[in-house]
Design a protein around this ligand. Structure first.
Ligand code: UDP
Length: 248
């Protein structure tokens, strides 16, 4: 069997990825497929931590546009990520994969609180760890959470799973037919050119901590495995300088 390229990864799943075409809520077929793909790489011995978004249920920005207090609306978004995380945990457990959900906002009846050393211990024991609740702070995103947790647990890469694109393009490929896909680019390019990869806080955190990111489509079965094996699907976004990043 080919050896995985990475030992420890953070997989970022947006809420949208769980919703599928319906765009809202959780699509049982899709979450099952994603859980199956995670199982595949976990069984290869890769330590997998997952950061789950909440946009399929609630986004803070929408609430604040409706006139709600932004922080309150953001806390609702963080709670939405907990619902998605529990759904993913359930799907993984149905496939026989040991998991722990850790929340950044304490809710001990539901899941463990986030404790960095404990998360690392679970990963070493080959449990899939799901980080729920984002960073626990309003005004942040789950992309930033992925960058933060990846730095904290010393993951080698962030795998950013997309449901509607298969990489980073010069323009939105769904709207602009002439848009071209990048094979590789730097976080500086992402920030400078305002590319829709992740928000600038998350990009800066990845850049400053030299954490590479791979953007790819999760809609094809087996893609997480391909990425973990080092196949060139999607787009690689590297740290500050390509030289430094390629040494990782
Ligand atoms: N959120 C937050 N702080 C965080 C992470 C998330 O306030 O650290 C809130 C924010 O309102 C956001 C919502 O949770 O809109 C859902 O997260 P996100 O938009 O990142 O989910 P995704 O787009 O990945 O589905």
């Amino acid at each position: 069997m080919t050896k995985p390229k990475y030992k420890r990864v953070v997989l970022k799943l947006s809420g949208e990825a769980l919703a599928g075409e319906q765009g809202y809520g959780i699509n049982p077929k899709i979450i099952k497929s994603i859980a199956g793909q995670i199982k595949e790489v976990a069984e290869m011995g890769v330590e997998v931590a997952v950061v789950v978004g909440g946009g399929n249920i609630w986004r803070g920005k929408v609430g604040s546009e409706m006139g709600m207090d932004r922080a309150t609306a953001d806390y609702m978004g963080m709670l939405a990520t907990v619902m998605n995380s529990l759904a993913l945990q359930d799907s993984l457990e149905q496939l026989g994969i040991g998991t722990r959900v850790q929340t950044s906002i304490e809710m001990r009846q539901v899941a463990e609180p986030y404790i960095r050393r404990r998360a690392i211990r679970h990963l070493e024991k080959k449990r899939v760890v799901i980080f729920a609740g984002g960073t626990g702070n309003p005004y942040f995103s789950t992309d930033t959470t992925a960058a933060l947790r990846a730095a904290e647990i010393e993951a080698e890469v962030i795998l950013m799973a997309k449901n509607n694109v298969d990489g980073v393009y010069t323009a939105d490929p769904l709207k602009d037919k002439s848009a071209k896909k990048f094979d590789e680019l730097s976080f500086l390019d992402v920030i400078k050119d305002g590319l829709q990869v992740m928000d600038s806080t998350a990009s800066s955190l990845c850049m400053d901590n030299d954490i590479p990111l791979i953007v790819f489509s999760i809609m094809e079965e087996g893609n997480i495995k391909k990425v973990v094996l080092g196949e060139n699907i999607g787009t690689v976004v590297r740290g500050k300088t390509n030289d430094k990043a390629s040494n990782r």
